[in-house]
Ligand binder design. Sequence first.
Ligand code: 13P
Length: 266
Amino acid sequence: MTALRAVSRRPRIVAGNWKMNRTATEGGALARELAALSAADPAMPAAPVVVLCPSFPLLEAVGRALAGSGMRLGAQNLHAETHGAFTGEVSGAMLAAAGCAWVIVGHSERRQLMGETDAQVAAKLRAAQRDGLVPIVCVGETLAEYQANRTEEVLVRQVTTVWHGLSLEGARGTVVAYEPVWAIGTGKVATPEQARDAHRVIRATLDRVVGGEAGGALVILYGGSVNAGNAASLFAESDVDGALVGGASLEAASFWKIVAAAAAAG
Ligand code: 13P
């Protein structure tokens, strides 16, 4: 039974969200440093899956630096339409052609600063899948919602709107990132118990909305002030499958310690 569970454990994923940082030259250098760390690490490339998500103009340089390393390339956003008069936007097909296999969707900074709605996030998830990308879909409550004890209600609303109508197979092709907004870039990390409880709410909601075994099947990452010092305790929670890392992903050594913590968590 134990062996069976170990074999069927959800994949571990550590994704770096570089946000609006680094030029192509700097990003290529950072990716080369990470590729060197990966090549020297006996646990790689078997586990975990590592995804780097730089800004659009860095994709080519970072993709080149990652070639052959086993690490994957992702973007931070996409537009839901395939093409057309959407100045400044980027389609999933363009990202795929640029070497991306992953894309972050509905990050709280886009929800808060660019006004993205749950409905838009739902459309972007589907667009990503249409164009062959794995969407890392972000959910999470704001500080005000957290203080008002509304975390569960917010997660249920976000997950219900975004995953409603997906088949089990479709849902399995998505990754969830639980990122409490109050923990992003603040140094205030959620406790492992808070992350676990939120992930359980998300799993229970996926079971209801998608049906089948969706809740147990999907990989759920935690994000918000993850660093080399707190990653292991978060990964010790069996409902936490990995991390979406902001600030600590901008420095190769600190990011790789998080990757190593995920590998050690098994
Ligand atoms: P920090 O790790 O810098 O808190 O950012 C988290 C995040 O928003 C990742 O998408």
